[in-house]
Design a protein around this ligand. Sequence first.
Ligand SMILES: N[C@@H](CCC(=O)N[C@@H](CS)C(=O)NCC(=O)O)C(=O)O
Length: 220
Amino acid sequence: MIVYGSTLSPFVRKVMAYLAEKGLSAELKPSGMGRGGPEFEEASPFGKMPAFRDPGADNGHDFVISDSTAIITYLEAKHPEPAMIPADPANRARTIWFEEFGDTMVAATGGKVFFNRIVAPKFMKVPGDEAAAQGAVETEMPRLFDYLERTIPDSGFLVGDRMSLADISVASPFVNYAHCQVGPNAARWPRTVAYLDAILARPSFATMIEGERQMVAALG
Ligand SMILES: N[C@@H](CCC(=O)N[C@@H](CS)C(=O)NCC(=O)O)C(=O)O
């Protein structure tokens, strides 16, 4: 299997952590932002990462698809164990809620900081919109952290007292926060900080994060 993209994207990181938690592996091919060529373009019609290829899996043809949610839906159907999306109806719905919360609210808010402080100045060599980044930090982030602080269960897992796609999806974008040195502080949001530290210390995330830190540091 091939995943196209860079783990600096919270959505690519989400798919790679998911694969690791499932005990599956895939080759990560650097793609997006001008890289990847026709192979990537075939799998991602709008050039977004992640994209995915399962060679020969579609009646002998490659199965290709993009979008982290679509990729994980495919993988979960093909490899049901260990389940990362619970079967119980309420827990399944809660998992998808947290996936959506992670993808749209946590990642979108973090993206305003990551894009304007790292992607624009360091990759695209254009100035970022610092007012937009600072606005996200001051006005949008505290609401997200307050919600997590009152929601994270004592078990340390968001759904069903065990690791699921909910934890992967919510924790993944916080790595981008950390790359920008923003995020919840332990004095005001202790539960959230402890929760994120524990999820992101898992082997499914830890090695990837170390590689990313080196990548970001090399950008200067
Ligand atoms: N909903 C998509 C979001 C994918 C997405 O927005 N990826 C960004 C990187 S974080 C991207 O490829 N941006 C480049 C572009 O839009 O051209 C998913 O879950 O995979």
